[in-house]
Design a protein around this ligand. Structure first.
Ligand SMILES: C[S@@+](CC[C@H](N)C(=O)[O-])C[C@H]1O[C@@H](n2cnc3c(N)ncnc32)[C@H](O)[C@@H]1O
Length: 201
């Protein structure tokens, strides 16, 4: 029995390692992972780190099934917009369905790859990437794209949680962000589950 458990543990670790080295989007069929509670990277902590204001245009890359989206839409209010951007149409459809059910009409979906964003330069007040950066094959390209679309004085919030095979450590994020023209302004939460706030240099 012990041998079986050890073999299963090794197999899980092996798959996680392989997945980490070969980044790809969490498939819609496995959405139960993103629907589970997100300890440490809570919605309240996101709000504290982001400091959203009514009327803002927020870009959420990789919303999954909308764990944060509905709250973001409420924080920016009817005069604001939450642009949700995801590789998978099913994730966008799911999130939009939930938003409409809650009477939120300020969420706008676009399908695409974060390595090439379809938004104008300096057009976004804040961007959010939670448990998403590590799934993107070229993280540097995605960060450069975020830096391009952020307006001067805008901010990027990156959230990461231990246990995610694609978790990006704060150190790695800070190094990559610097190369993209973004500076780590503050981190909220422990290194095992944090939100980082980055600003254009
Ligand atoms: C692990 S889920 C996180 C969902 C949500 N942010 C959360 O924390 O619950 C990652 C999301 O990023 C999306 N994603 C992965 N790679 C992407 C890419 N290159 N461009 C856009 N979206 C991507 C996936 O489709 C998925 O919806």
């Amino acid at each position: 029995m012990k041998k079986l458990a050890a073999a299963a543990g090794l197999a899980v670790a092996g798959v996680a390692l392989w997945w980490r080295k070969n980044p790809s989007a969490c498939p819609y069929s496995q959405r139960f992972w993103v629907e589970a509670p997100h300890p440490l990277i809570t919605r309240d902590r996101l709000r504290e780190t982001l400091e959203p204001s009514p009327g803002e245009r927020i870009l959420e890359i990789g919303p999954g099934t909308g764990y944060y989206t509905l709250d973001l839409a409420e924080w920016v209010g009817a005069d604001g917009t939450v642009e949700i951007f995801d590789l998978q149409k099913e994730m966008l459809d799911h999130t939009i369905r939930r938003a409409r059910e809650r009477g939120l009409w300020n969420v706008s979906p676009t399908q695409g790859d974060a390595q090439n964003l379809p938004y104008e330069d300096d057009s976004i007040d804040a961007a959010i990437l939670v448990a998403t950066l590590g799934e993107i094959p070229d993280q540097d390209a995605a960060l450069r794209e975020v830096a391009r679309v952020l307006r001067p004085g805008g901010r990027l919030i990156v959230g990461e949680l231990f246990g995610d095979p694609h978790m990006v450590t704060v150190g790695s994020l800070e190094r990559r962000a610097e190369g993209a023209g973004l500076r780590l302004e503050k981190r909220s939460g422990p290194t095992l589950g944090y939100f980082a706030r980055l600003v254009p240099v």
